[in-house]
Design a protein around this ligand. Structure first.
Ligand code: XMP
Length: 512
């Protein structure tokens, strides 16, 4: 085990973000349940401890309280938010119960930079989210930072290397927060920056091996970044014990199935089972034109086909999924967050329980950019690692209205022209998504002297950070013209191309 920064989890929604920031600083960290004893931490070569925030109040009846002996280990401790209140409580300070939460931006004034704020400005915009508040410091501490609402926003005990901060340095809204964390790791704990993606992979591989043993693992491969990286990682760990299932639902883009077969079958030599269920999907979609119904049928059929394929593969113990940390948050998100819905398709809902499969989710703690780095280090090509998102229901939601084989073919041809041009000009890698949509309307055109009455293709190109909001991309007019020319010239059944200039909101990225 490398030298470890222990992150003690008190139930904060940001615990994984703290771990992520530590990885960003190339330092190894491990998240521990708050009840972990000081004795156990000692065994793990812990060189520093971070107490996470948490939703609880230190005054609550069942407030999570750690082993107080961790303050006797002789290693630096950083308490964040709930963590500082715990320090106040356990080390002899005073904490006041607050009737309202302080939530949002504040300005931190640093009185004494010390090691924690070395090379940082004296004023920083910080993000607060706390109820209780420290009103008297424990003995040995001095206040080195204040906000309008708190004279003890940052406290320090130089002798014992204990630090408490009221705000959240790990969140994006805190200015230069990562540097505060880095200062704690490097200046206070003396951590080495030697934790790289390669180390992460080595660690993950050992972990998967230990968990899985001799069992068999099944993974539903979609060709997307997450399931691809999960497949490559698990395959590195257990080789032929992994079987990947790729369902051809007839709603894939041109060349997609072949690319998956080539990469995973020929290149990685993964035991890949391609299930051609395109006829079944198309049959079920016949006469259906309502978007939600289409999605439901596609989702249901997928689960059915997947389940059937598992039966033919034989006994397996684990179902692997490329779940990322943001999916974990989204799946508990409340309200009409579309991202939460997305996963209900991908998660092959209820399957693990029905089939008595255990879940294997090796990317569960990672964020998308980290998954991409892992993918690249595992040798996955740029085409996969930087692939644009593609919806689970595939072209099924890009042929508006009723889906037919002919319409799908027209869309595939137009879409592959778009993708080719976007890649050739480098725009493909700069935007969030770029795709064609088949509009079920006919429009009049002219080819030579002939009247041409055919279909309309919409081109949708958007920029986004997280798909929650999006703006249409201002592609150069010449490029739009070139794409339009090629589509109308090369795809006979298309007489007109339109460019979508709607942002999200009010429009969504997909048309259905
Ligand atoms: P919308 O259209 O809601 O899409 O703005 C937001 C993002 O989600 C993708 N998307 C889906 N992904 N299953 C998926 O896996 C789905 O049913 C689905 N619907 C939309 C969409 O491509 C965009 O990136």
């Amino acid at each position: 085990m490398p030298q470890t920064i222990a992150v003690l989890d008190f139930g904060s929604q940001y615990t994984q973000v703290i771990a992520r920031r530590i990885r960003e600083c190339q330092v190894y960290s491990k998240i521990y349940h708050y009840t972990t004893s000081a004795e156990e931490l000692k065994k793990d070569d812990v060189i520093g401890i971070i107490l996470s925030g948490g939703p609880s109040s230190v005054f609550a009846k069942n407030a999570p309280i750690p082993d107080a002996k961790l303050f006797e280990l002789g290693v630096p401790v950083l308490g964040i938010c709930y963590g500082i209140q715990l320090m106040g409580r356990l080390l002899g300070g005073e904490v006041a119960k607050s009737t309202h939460r302080e939530y949002g931006n504040g300005t931190l004034a640093i009185a004494k930079p010390g090691r924690l704020f070395a090379k940082l400005p004296r004023k920083l915009r910080v993000w607060n989210s706390h109820g209780d508040k420290l009103t008297a410091m424990p003995p040995g501490f001095t206040a080195i930072g204040t906000t309008d609402n708190s004279p003890f926003a940052v406290i320090e005990d130089r002798k014992r290397n204990f630090y408490g901060i009221q705000f959240h340095p790990e969140v994006f809204h805190t200015e230069r927060g990562v540097e505060v964390i880095r200062n704690f790791l490097l200046n206070v704990c003396g951590a080495q920056q030697d934790w790289t993606t390669k180390d992460y992979i080595k660690h993950a591989v050992a972990d998967i091996k230990a968990r899985v043993g001799k069992s068999r693992v099944i993974l539903g491969l979609s060709g997307g970044v997450d399931s691809s990286v999960a497949a490559a990682l698990i395959h590195k760990a257990i080789g032929k014990q992994l079987t990947c299932v790729f369902v051809d639902n007839g709603l894939l883009r041109a060349g997609e199935r072949e690319a998956v077969e080539k990469l995973y079958g020929d290149h990685f030599h993964i035991d890949l089972r391609v299930v051609d269920a395109s006829k079944l999907f198309l049959r079920r979609m016949k006469g259906v034109d309502e978007p939600e119904q289409k999605r439901k049928i596609i989702g249901r059929t997928f689960v059915e086909v997947f389940e059937q394929s598992l039966k033919s593969i034989g006994h397996a113990d684990y179902l692997a999924q490329g779940t990322l940390y943001p999916d974990v948050i989204e799946s508990v998100a409340i309200g009409n967050n579309p991202a939460a819905l997305i996963k209900s398709h991908h998660n092959v809902g209820g399957l693990p329980e029905r089939m008595k499969l255990k879940l294997l989710e090796p990317l569960r703690e990672l964020f998308k950019d980290e998954v991409r780095a892992v993918g690249a280090a595992l040798g996955l090509p740029r085409e996969v690692v930087w692939r644009q998102p593609f919806p689970g229901p595939g072209l099924g939601v890009r042929v508006l209205g009723e889906i037919t084989k002919e319409k799908l073919e027209v869309l595939r041809q137009a879409d592959s022209i778009l993708v080719e041009e976007m890649k050739k000009t480098g725009w493909y890698w700069k935007v969030w998504q770029s795709f064609c949509v088949f509009l079920p309307v006919k429009s009049v055109g002219v080819i030579g002297d002939e009247r041409n009455y055919s279909w309309v293709i919409a081109v949708r190109v958007v920029e986004s950070i997280d798909a929650m909001t999006a703006d249409w991309t201002r592609l150069p007019y010449d490029l739009i013209q070139h794409i339009s020319n090629r589509i109308t010239n090369e795809v006979q059944a298309v007489s007109r191309v339109v460019y979508d200039v709607s942002s999200k909101p009010p429009a969504t990225i997909e048309w259905e």
